[in-house]
Each structure stands twice: as C-alpha cells, then as structure tokens.
Design a protein around this ligand. Structure first.
Ligand code: DP6
Length: 359
C-alpha cells in the first residue's frame, strides 16, 4: 500500500446532513514508538495491546455547507473545548487530500473519555482513532462502490496515524504492530496491522490496571519528546533496540514465555524514559510515586513468583500488566498496596480488547 491508495475517487453524491458515532479504545505499547520522521512515520516498529475500558466516544454531526474552509467545533463532555481545535485543524489539513469532502461540510465533534484527558493514558490515541473511524464511515456512505471491511480499517488506521502516531494501533485488537519490520509480514509505516502470528493462551485477555499517579496535564507533550529524538545521541541505538525487541517478542508470544515477556516490556518502558532523561533539553515525566510503585511490583513479583510487570507511556502513570489467571491475586495487591501511591487512590482495571466499534 502507498499513500495514493487512500485518495478516493470522486464521490457520486454528498448527503445534506448526518450523524455517525464510534467508540475507540486506548492502547498500551509493549515495544514503544518514540521518534518519527516525515509525515508521522515511525523511526521503529512498535507493538501494543489494544485496551477495552479506556475509551473515547465520538459523535460526528455533519451539515452540508460550502464555505471552502474547515468548519468545525469540538465539544468535550458537552462543553466547547477550544483547546482541542488547533490539533483537529492540523489533522484536517493533513488528511484533506484523503478526505476531499471535508471543506464541504460543517462539523460538530462531540467527544467524551472514560478516563482523564492528558493524564498519560493515550487520550490522543483513542480520540484520533474514534474521529478517524467516524470520518471513514461518513466517506463510506458517499462512495458508490462498496468499501471492504479491510480497507475501512486500513484507511481509519492510516488517518488516525496522521492525527497521532499511536492512534493507528487502536482500530483493531488485540495485538497491533505499526511500522515496517523485516520479520513481520504486511507491517507498514502507514498504518497498524493485526499481529499476524500465533499467540499463546497466556497472552489472551491480558490485564492492564492503570495506576493514576498524576492526573494533571503533562509538562512535555509526546510531540515535543518525539522531536527531541532528532538530535538525540542514542537515537540510532534506541531504534535498533526497539526493532530487536519486537523480533524477540515473536517467539515469546508464540511460546507463552512470561518471564522473557516481562524483561522485554519493562526494559522498553525504562528505555523510553531513559531517552527523555538524556534528551537535550532533558526532562523527567516519572514522579516519586512511579518509582515507589515499580519497586513494590518487583518485590511482589519475587515474593509471590507472580508474572505481573509494569510499563509506562509518556507520563507518570504506571500500567500494571498481568496474565488473566493472576487477576484475583494481583488486584488484591493493587487495592491493598499500590492504590496508596495513586492520586486520590484511583486506578482503572482494563484488559486487551478488539478495537473501535460503531455505536
Ligand atoms: C510513549 O502517539 O502520542 O505512548 O504521534 O506525536 O501524537 P504523536 O505521539 P503519540 O506518542 C506516544 C508514544 C508512547 C509510546 C507508544 O505508544 O508507542
């Protein structure tokens, strides 16, 4: 696939008005995307579990209007959210060539999240993937030839990527690869694909409890962090490390090797934050509670011979990952010992899921 394949043929008819709604989940990367080039192209391949409960719900209400400009308003939980509009405008500008109807409508984008905005839970991933699904669904209703389900997902992922890189991994589940990788057939820099190889039972319905350490706005956005990889002294080694880790994960996923899974996943999380510590300017997104939680997880794992582990995104929150058969034991540990390190004792239980859904 190339970019050109996402440019549609002229539409036969444009509707006067309509509404379309989608739910889309967040995702948690096991091998991290950190560093990009060109138009939202990743410097290395990444893989993630799609989540289930951490969702964005987006309703797109459209009305025919030929103003020849982008005409939209964004509402978060029913209130106009001007803060989101520059990002959506940039997104519309980027995707206009692939969705040439955009300037012929006015849009009301009503969105809500099941989790705090800008908390390090990838609200841009769920938000941009939900919006991309709404737009491709709208386009589908204007095409005279039928759009296959496969093309729908590819185009939604392709567009979501142009909004936020990690968003392209939220359209489907439960394991998604984004970025061309020599050992993963069909992998592409342009969109996410379902992980195409056998996955052991151990990794089915994998659990992720997100510990909300810090619910405030991040001090450094992901976009700024990605850009700092351009002049980064360890960039090339990091991109190589990520691709090697994805290669190693292939047999780990097939054999159900939980201890090797833990090594790769925790090393990826710490390597991601090591890139932040060694950027210029450098920055730290972890908080003291993040480190306390990590130490408690390590102690618990040793003491109980458990297979829980942690990962981090670009924030202070900790994702606690564990196999479904350890759910009772790990959740008790989270409630009794880890919730004290969370802001207002808050955490969200989630697990791997299947991606975006039309409402
Ligand atoms: C640390 O997808 O938020 O979560 O493409 O600039 O929108 P943009 O960045 P974004 O980066 C998230 C990176 C990460 C790791 C990951 O999800 O792979």
């Amino acid at each position: 696939m190339t970019e050109a394949q996402f440019i549609p043929k002229p539409y036969t008819s444009l509707p006067e008005s309509g509404t379309v709604s989608w739910n889309s989940p967040s995702n948690i990367a096991l091998v991290k995307y950190w560093g990009k080039h060109g138009e939202q192209l990743p410097k290395n391949a990444s893989i993630s579990f799609t989540l289930s409960n951490c969702l964005t719900t987006t309703k797109l209400i459209y009305q025919r209007e030929n103003t020849n400009t982008f005409n939209f308003e964004v509402f978060l939980d029913g209130k106009r959210e001007l803060g989101f509009e520059p990002k959506i405008l940039k997104f519309f500008e980027r995707v206009e060539v692939y969705l040439p109807f955009l300037k012929q409508f006015s849009f009301k984008i009503e969105t809500s999240n099941s989790f705090p905005h800008s908390s390090g839970i990838a609200s841009s991933a769920s938000g941009m993937s939900a919006l991309a699904c709404c737009l491709v669904d709208m386009e589908r209703s204007m095409c005279d030839t039928e759009m296959t389900e496969e093309f729908f997902k590819q185009k939604a992922s392709f567009l979501a990527r142009l909004g936020s890189g990690s968003a392209c991994r939220s359209i489907e589940g439960d394991l998604i690869v984004w970025g061309e990788h020599k050992d993963i057939e069909g992998s592409s820099d342009l969109f996410g694909i379902k992980y195409p190889y056998p996955v052991h039972e151990n990794f089915k319905n994998y659990c992720d409890t997100i510990l909300l350490v810090d619910k405030g706005e991040k001090q450094v956005s992901s976009t700024v962090g990605h850009n700092l990889m351009h002049e980064h002294p360890f960039a090339e080694q990091r991109f190589q490390q990520a691709n090697n880790n994805l290669e190693k994960l292939k047999s780990v996923l097939e054999r159900g090797n939980l201890s090797e899974f833990i090594n790769i996943v925790e090393s990826e999380a710490l390597s991601l934050h090591a890139m932040m510590l060694t950027s210029m300017p450098y920055f730290i997104l972890m908080k003291p509670a993040t480190l306390e939680i990590i130490n408690k997880i390590w102690a618990f794992r040793k003491k109980h011979k458990s297979n829980l582990c942690f990962t981090l995104d670009a924030g202070a929150n900790v994702h606690v990952l564990y196999p479904a058969n350890e759910k009772v034991m790990v959740r008790k540990f989270i409630e009794n010992d880890l919730s004290v390190n969370c802001k207002n004792g808050e955490f969200i239980h989630d697990h791997s899921g299947n991606g975006s859904e039309k409402i």
